[in-house]
Design a protein around this ligand. Structure first.
Ligand code: PEP
Ligand code: MN
Length: 358
């Protein structure tokens, strides 16, 4: 064989490669069309029976130098890539995605906006324990110019024997204090049945980490006119988190604030592992505001300030942290709540940091 022959054969190969490429893309376009048809009909994308038929057709017609198993393997890869293509298209269609809405969603909580570049603070006790306890924290917050008061009335506790919260009475305390001081209430609701009642007391419904995939609850808060603070699940991937938000928006409520609160990993130095890169990822993938809960993610007082600085620097729309007048006797999360003095220096230092960032 001459060098000339070899280069002619190579030219032929290049030509065949281009033909395969053209056919592959043609196939991809048809696959996308099929994806659209299936989406309209609301049917699942992967159809194993159909895939079996396609493979059988290839097996029956195979007559060439390649081993049958090799040809099957190549076609399986093509099928897989096609399925991914349909999935990508589906992702684009999510209502929470940036692709669906390029501009930020602004969540408005009685005039305090999230998603317009301002960076907010959501503070308050882990759990509502008494009127005096909430009032003391609220007054300290107001003195610092903060108006977003958090506090758990319904507490999802790991042990059924731990303090479960004051329930409706807790919501009433929060509302009373908020009205007296001029603040907005952020509080967790655990069941779909309690959502209706909560509307009278809270300004933001919090969905806790343990309920991120409580789909009935998500659907219920999706159908009311009230901002929702959705926390990331204990070990949820970003994709699962985004889909949880999709449950809410798909029912008509786009007033959603996402909250990164740390995820479970093998690391034991912190209560959870703060996934700080989730903030820019969520902001890139969705049009929703993102907040960082530094208390539950770190579980360590000495890390609250550095974690909050990281959150602000990386572009979070808000920072959440817990404050209690006397953390040592708090009925929940006593080790990681700040007392009033700690809260004051935390906020003052963060304000200085924020000014430096601007
Ligand atoms: C809370 O914020 O009160 C709380 C229970 O947090 P999480 O759901 O993130 O554990
Ligand atoms: Mn807590």
């Amino acid at each position: 064989m001459t060098t000339n022959d070899l280069s002619q054969l190579r030219d032929k190969i290049d030509e065949v490669n281009l033909q395969i490429l053209e056919l592959l893309n043609k196939r991809g376009e048809i696959v996308q069309e099929i994806g659209h048809v299936k989406e309209k009909q609301g049917i699942v994308r992967f159809d194993p029976v159909r895939e079996r038929q396609s493979l059988d057709l290839i097996i029956e017609n195979h007559d060439g130098p390649f081993e049958l198993s090799t040809v099957q393997h190549i076609f399986k890869e093509i099928f897989k890539a096609s399925l991914e293509l349909q999935k990508d298209n589906h992702k684009k269609a999510l209502l929470v995605s940036r692709k669906a809405q390029p501009e930020n969603t602004i969540v408005d909580v009685n005039g305090e906006t999230f998603g317009d570049g301002s960076q907010r603070f959501i503070m308050g006790p882990c759990a509502v324990e008494s009127y005096d306890q909430v009032k003391e924290v609220a007054v300290a917050m107001k003195e610092q110019g903060l108006t977003l008061l958090r506090g758990g009335a319904f507490k999802p506790r790991t042990s059924p024997y731990d303090f479960q919260g004051l329930g409706i009475e807790g919501l009433q305390i929060l509302r009373r204090v908020a009205d007296e001081v001029g603040m907005s209430v952020v509080s967790e609701i655990l069941t779909p049945q309690d959502v209706e009642t909560a509307l009278d007391y809270v300004d933001v419904i919090q969905i806790g980490a343990r309920n991120m995939q409580n789909f009935e609850l998500l659907k219920t808060v999706g159908s009311v006119k009230k901002p929702v603070l959705l926390k990331r699940g204990l070990a949820a991937t970003i994709e699962e988190f985004i889909n949880a938000a999709e449950y809410i928006i798909s029912r008509g409520n786009d007033q959603i604030i996402l909250c990164e609160r740390g995820i479970r990993t093998y690391e034991k130095a912190t209560r959870n592992t703060l996934d700080i890169s989730a903030v820019p990822i969520l902001k890139k993938e969705t049009h929703l505001p993102v907040t960082v809960d530094v208390t539950h993610s770190t579980g360590r007082k000495d890390l609250l300030f550095p974690a909050a600085k990281a959150a602000l620097a990386i572009g979070a729309d808000a920072v959440m942290a817990e404050v209690h007048p006397d953390p040592a006797v708090a009925l929940s999360d006593s080790a990681q709540q700040m007392d009033i003095a700690e809260f004051n220096s935390f906020i003052e230092d963060l304000k200085t940091f924020k000014d430096k960032l601007a």
